[in-house]
Each structure stands twice: as C-alpha cells, then as structure tokens.
Design a protein. Sequence first.
Length: 561
Amino acid sequence: MTTTEKNDFIREIIDEDLKTNKFQGRVHTRFPPEPNGYLHIGHAKSIRLNYGIAKDYNGKFNLRFDDTNPEKEEQEYVDSIIEDVKWLGGEFEDRLFYASDYFEQMYQWAVNLIKKGKAYVCDLNGDEIRAARGTLTEAGKDSPYRNRSAEENLDLFERMRKGEFSNGAKILRAKIDMASPNINLRDPIMYRVVHEGHHRQGDTWCIYPTYDWAHGLEDSLENITHSICTLEFENHRPLYDWFLENLGIYHPQQIEFARLNITYTVLSKRRLLQLVQEKHVSGWDDPRMPTLAGFRRRGYTADSIKVFCDKIGVSKKDSMIDVAMLEWSIREDLNKNAQRAMAVLNPIKVVLTNYPEGKVEELSAVNNPEDESAGSRMVPFSRELYIDQEDFREFPPPKYFRLSPGTEVRLRYAYIIKCEKVIKDVKGSVTELHCTYDPTTKSGTATANRKVKSTIHWVSAHHAMNAEVRLYDRLFVKEDPNEVEEGKDFLSNINPNSLLVLTYCKLEPMLGTATPGDRFQFERTGYFCADMKDSKPDAPVFNRIVTLKDTWAKIEQKGKK
C-alpha cells in the first residue's frame, strides 16, 4: 500500500506489482499531451493522477510531448502545457521529453518489423482503407499490397522517408490480422507521408508515426512502468502490446481509467479550438474556457483544482461530474484564504445629510473572519457614499429588509442609516438617496448594539476606485452541451449571458493596489480576481471567479417546479 490515504484500482495494481517485483520495485509514470491545444480540466485529472502516483511511491514522473502530427502542433501549445503542468505542481525535474526526438529510433524499429515480414507499404488511400477494414461483425479485406516482399517494402519505405511520394500516396501498415475481432488490429497504420515542417525537427522528416505506433515505443524508451491512459484507449491496448512484443523491447503496462466529464462544459479539443477560432471566446485563456489557462486567469487556485481532482477520484466507469463540485472547491479555498473587500458593482449615491461635511473617519474592517492572523484594514467613511442598487427598493416587496424609504439598515463596519428622501431625474430614475445616520451605532463601540434586520456594504464616494468588473458565468446553458436539436450543434447551447461587463463599479481604495492575480471576496457579492492581462494599478479590472453560493442550483429547482 502507499503511504497516503488514497486508494483506487490503479494503486491496487501497482501495489501488486511491487509485491511481485514486476518492475524491480520501480514506479515511473508520465503525462504525454499532444501540443495541439491548451490543456483543460480533464488533463488536470491526468496530471494529478500520474504525478500523484509517482510521488506516493517515491517514483519518477515524466512530461513528454507526443509531437507526431506537425499539421496541428505549435510551440505556443508546448509553452502553455509546460506552464500548466508546473502550475499544478507536476515536478518532472529534468525529465522533459519529446516524441520527435525518438523519430530515428522509431524508424529503425519500423525497418525491423518490415524485415520480419510484419509491416508493409500500402498504396490504398484513406477511403479505401476504411472500406476494406470491415465491421464489428464482418472481417476486413486484405490490401492488394499486403504481400509485397520485404525488399520492396524496405525500398519503398526508404523512398517515403526521402520525400519521393506526395501526401497520402503511401503509408506503412503493420501486418497483423484483417479478421481480428478488434478492429484496431486490422493492419493499422504506422507511418504516413506528411510534407509539413515540424516545430522542433523542421524539414528533417516528411513521414510521421501514428500515435498507436509511437505511444508504446516512447514508454519503452523512457522505462515507464505504468502507462496510464483514458478509457478510450482500452481497445488499443492489444496493439500497444503487439508492437512491443514483436519488437522484443522493454514492455510497460498500460492501464486505463475513465476520463473526466463535467456538466455545462465541453472538453473536446476540437470543439474548444472551434470556440477560439470562431471567436465565441477571446482565446484559449478566456476565463469562461475549461482550460487550465482559463481557470488560472479567472482566479482559480492550483490547490482548488487539486482538491477537486482528488475528490472525484479514479474509476473504470464513465460518469458526469456536477460542475458545482468544482465551484465548491474554489469557494472552500478562497473562503479560508481570500481577503475581504467592499465593492459596489451597480452604484447609487447616498448622502448622509446629518454627517459633517468634509469629515472623514477611518473605520476598522476585518480582512478574513476565517483567519484571525489576516488582521484588519482601515476603510474611509464620509458624508457621501455608494451602495449597490440591489440594496434599495423604492417600493419594496414583502420581506425585503434592505434599504427603502423610511427604513433602516446597518452599513458594514459603520453606522445604522435611515432613508429619508429619494432623488430622481427627469425620467423618474432614482439617482440619489438622502439618509441620516445614527452616530450612537458605530460598529465596534459600546453603544452599537441596536439591532436592524439587514447589513449592506458601501464605499466612500470621494475615496472610491473606479473599476471594470467582468461577471463571468457558465459558458453553456444546457447540462450536457453536446445534446442538441436536429440540425443544430453544440454552439446553440452557448449561454448569451456568460459575460456581463460592468464599467462603472466603485471599489474601496485598497483594491486599487491589487496586482494581477490577486484574489478577494467582495463582501455579499462573490469571489473576484484582478485580471492577469488587463488589470493595471490605475485601471483595475476584476473577474468574477465564482458566486458566494450555487445560484444555479436555485435556478434549476425553480425550472423543475
């Protein structure tokens, strides 16, 4: 058993392997992303699992790029992946590898299989290969090129490497069994001709290995013990084993687990790329995206994502995880660690008519009630204030306990005030409230014990920071965005209100010194983060990370009634 409290079927396999000394007592895992996009929350589960296992067993962990498809891969993606893995605490030390660095060895192993009569060059195109592959109930048909001699195949394969053939003109296939019940074993493709520059190898190669051919070879070269993959690769495991066994090289063990599926979220790289390319979002790091870059920019902490990954666990069965669990993880983290602040997002001015003009008080405000060591800060209080429009109703509904004509509320950390007069413009819109304050009710004093039914937040008008606040919400309105009506696609489920930009917000002055990435709880409103790209000291921009409570649960319950 491991020294941690974690236990799952993968760790049970590893425990048994250690008992039998299968890999001489070693545990060595890897995370092998293809650099064709940014990592998303599903990859976080894989990173956490692979690195966590290596750490638990005092083993090793590799970061390896499966960069075998130059048509879709870019250095930008490589850089972002390295940043994300480090952000999540995946310590790969000096074990950063690239599949492309193994291309020569892979080529020589392919030559080895050709010489053994277990691989051949085929001239069929993609459509012809699919037509001849057969079905689950019908065997495939042999390629007319299947029985070429080893000498002819070696010559053709060398000429493929030299660039004598155009894209798609020839491929290298493994010679296995066209009647196998596992379609993956019906003479799978090992190499294809692709005349495309590679982000690392340049124009050195014009033939590129497929994932099925490269995967096990990479694991073997790196002495991986447990090659942990998502469940869609389970039917590919016999092919993984076939290649390693027929080459007679070191053989790791492939283990599959269920990939992550989350409500109100798409995790298909193809669909995420579509969202970016068609500008439904501002980029891969848009705070509405389920990418790790998006979560980081929105304000999620690495610890909250680790907690989420640990909480959902590892299984062999596909399931759908409620996104509320992910939101819970960040609330739990920030409730303990985020500094409190007051911010008025939709301001309305309040004038305290009986408060001395020109007077300014510094009132003590608690930084975090969950952490006494966080201390307190001073906030300015003056005659003119801002409160949120939602905290005033001229004609209040039943059980409305916030401010309305003739009623009283307490201002957080300050005094009890009473609304005496409502000022409107020519259109009848409320522009200003005239109130009085009770000087005997100052918070923290011996005479502050008079009770009222509501406490609201505020900021001093003269001292307030102007700021832009972006209210991010879920990108999709449907629990499963992939469920669509006939003739529509997943884009029809995009939430038109996933981003609301407020440009006239008023914040307590302390927030004007926030640096990009700083996180706060705006009291009574939610958790917010100074945007990592756009926020500046003289022009702060804050992103809503998450609301204080799961408001969507209430919306769903109302919809079911």
